[in-house]
Design a protein around this ligand. Structure first.
Ligand SMILES: C[S@@+](CC[C@H](N)C(=O)[O-])C[C@H]1O[C@@H](n2cnc3c(N)ncnc32)[C@H](O)[C@@H]1O
Length: 208
């Protein structure tokens, strides 16, 4: 596996190095996103594609009453998430589960929040995978997506470079919103940071 392909499923030493890099790189975007999110009412959070656990550690500090389930394809990422989040692990607020968003190993309505940071680019069938996320959410819950990229004319050149290098797939904001609604979410709110190209999207379930 070359270093670049480590972004979509980081494993081994190179994967851990890549995840350290991502934890540092995503920090600013997560700080910005947290300024636009009300997270104090989060209780049961599924971090889908948790990677090295940096975004989870930022979120957990703002949501002190929440329990976290970190899910990832990569065992090495789950280990790293537990280390990076050792304090909430010790408090019994973190478990890690190996799995895919294609078939989440959880019962319907297990979580009030599905959090997905910088990961949907790699999901095998985004429309179906969003339906899976909806399935495991309670009524009154929400899905939160935080990303540093979407498809738009001003980002196309950079996105093509990332697509080739990292095998990432991008949708426009309208396409993401449309897919979320088709997946069964009832309302979608999007905030963008136009200069850097970041966005946070919150999709609510019935009763929100
Ligand atoms: C770019 S990393 C982002 C990690 C972390 N959320 C962050 O923002 O730093 C993408 C992560 O998504 C995971 N991933 C990719 N496809 C997945 C799938 N189908 N199901 C679950 N996780 C997946 C990868 O293993 C990787 O750890």
């Amino acid at each position: 596996m070359n270093f670049h392909s480590q972004v979509c499923q980081p494993t081994g030493v190179q994967g851990i190095m890549m995840a350290r890099h991502m934890n540092a790189n995503h920090r600013g975007m997560m700080e910005w996103a947290l300024d636009h999110l009300e997270v104090s009412n989060f209780r049961e959070v599924l971090d889908a594609g948790c990677g090295g656990g940096g975004p989870m550690s930022q979120l957990s500090r703002k949501a002190p009453n929440a329990k976290f389930t970190g899910l990832d394809l990569s065992r090495d990422m789950l280990r790293m998430t537990s280390k990076v989040n050792a304090s909430i692990f010790k408090e019994g607020r973190l478990r890690t589960v190996r799995g895919s968003v294609s078939s989440l190993p959880f019962r319907n309505g297990s979580f009030d929040t599905v959090f997905a940071c910088e990961t949907t680019y790699f999901w095998p069938d985004l429309q179906e995978n969003l339906k899976e996320c909806r399935r495991v959410l309670t009524e009154g819950g929400r899905m939160v997506m935080v990303q540093e990229a979407w498809d738009a004319p001003q980002w196309r050149e950079r996105n093509e470079y990332w697509q080739k290098g990292f095998n990432m797939r991008f949708c426009s904001l309208e396409e993401y919103e449309d897919m979320l609604l088709r997946a069964g979410f009832t309302e979608v709110v999007t905030v963008t940071e136009e200069e850097r190209g970041w966005f946070v999207m919150v999709a609510g379930t019935e009763g929100n």
